[in-house]
Design a binder for this molecule. Structure first.
Ligand SMILES: [Zn+2]
Ligand SMILES: [Zn+2]
Ligand SMILES: [Zn+2]
Length: 358
């Protein structure tokens, strides 16, 4: 009952959002939505960019798709086949799909990393005004800086994140150009984080101190490493620990494949924070945040989930897409999860640049 009323509200809101006032428009919207859902992820991304805040009427959408298909020489029957496959699920159009639709204009390939600047009170300043106030007074709306996130950090500082470097630069030049602000606050770019290691299946009874002591015997140093987070282990009542280590310690630890903690040996490995979606196989987001309704197989790149794959050939959707869109010439005959996948290697390379590997 509650679900039904929520669905109704959600649907009404959705229609309002899409500007549907009459039956004719409603029909068009439903057909357009259907077309959109059945298009493959690359076409969907293309349509997203093209339609921006609005939505295409079916005929317009069809034209867009045709243009797009022709430009990448993809035969239309592929899409039609998907339509037929999906026809069976017709009746279930509702909540989840509306929610899916809300995010049409979001970045399909996952969230982009924002750029951040840290602003602190000046060291010798006895200023009572908070950093937030100073920022508010210096960066006025007319500065036209798009701020994506604004949060407090240690030592009365503030971290300001924007999508573009330009916005960060404009904040810096505002702060540096304003004499009173210049006296009161200092700013710097955030330092790079250290590389990560992961220690597998540590019993939950083990304390941080025990792990730190054990690690110290391998790094020949008195410094504690930073524990970032823990994941559920493979064995019951165990956890994988993810820790960050300054470069020289990281190299020392990397030489070992196992370390002893309390007279037990535990596997230790370098950890790359590279997200790959198990549903659509794209990098940059996880399954929980995936915007697609139809999966891409991680083995053969067809539109079924990886566990149902009956295919006897391998095709990497990420490499295929990269060859098509970015003029690369990757070998595509491997699984998307393959560690030697050129796209995966590219992600690792980009990730490494965000950490102080040197
Ligand atoms: Zn995904
Ligand atoms: Zn498959
Ligand atoms: Zn690949």
């Amino acid at each position: 009952m509650q679900f039904a009323s929520r669905l109704t509200t959600s649907f009404e809101y959705y229609l309002k959002l899409k500007g549907v006032m009459d039956f004719e428009t409603l029909k068009q919207l439903m057909v357009s939505d259907k077309l959109f859902q059945t298009s493959d992820r690359e076409t969907a991304a293309h349509i997203n960019v093209r339609q921006n805040e609005n939505w295409f009427k079916p005929v317009e959408l069809g034209k867009e798709c045709d243009l797009h298909f022709t430009s990448r020489e993809k035969a239309l029957f592929n899409a039609e086949a998907t339509v037929q496959k999906n026809e069976k699920n017709e009746q279930n159009t509702s909540f989840s799909q509306f929610q899916e639709n809300f995010s049409y204009s979001d970045d399909v390939r996952g969230m982009r990393k924002p750029h951040t600047i840290l602003v602190y009170p000046a060291k010798d300043s006895s200023e009572a005004t908070s950093v937030e106030e100073i920022l508010k007074n210096t960066i006025r709306p007319e500065a036209n800086v798009k701020i994506r996130e604004f949060r407090k950090v240690k030592n009365q500082g503030v971290a300001v994140s924007c999508d573009s470097v330009k916005d960060i630069q404009s904040i810096i030049s505002r702060l540096d150009g304003d004499n009173s602000a210049k006296e009161k606050v200092s700013h710097r770019m955030p330092g790079k984080r250290h590389p990560s290691i992961i220690i597998y299946d540590l019993p939950n009874t083990i304390t941080d101190q025990e792990v730190q002591e054990a690690l110290r015997t391998y790094t020949e140093d008195g410094e504690n490493l930073r524990t970032r987070f823990k994941l559920k282990g493979r064995k019951p009542d165990t956890s994988h620990w993810v820790m960050e280590a300054p470069h020289q310690h990281f190299l020392q630890l990397k030489r070992f494949r196992k370390i002893a903690v309390n007279w037990n040996m535990f596997q230790i490995k370098e950890l790359f924070h590279v997200k790959r979606c198990q549903f659509c196989q794209a990098f940059g987001h996880t399954r929980q945040n995936c915007k697609y309704t139809v999966p891409n197989c991680g083995i053969c790149a067809d539109r079924h989930s990886t566990s149902y794959c009956r295919s006897n050939f391998q095709l990497c959707i990420n490499c295929e897409e990269s060859n098509r869109n970015s003029d690369t010439n990757h070998n595509i005959r491997h699984r998307a999860i393959d560690l030697s996948c050129p796209c995966y290697k590219k992600e690792i390379k980009a990730y490494k640049k965000t950490r102080d590997y040197l």
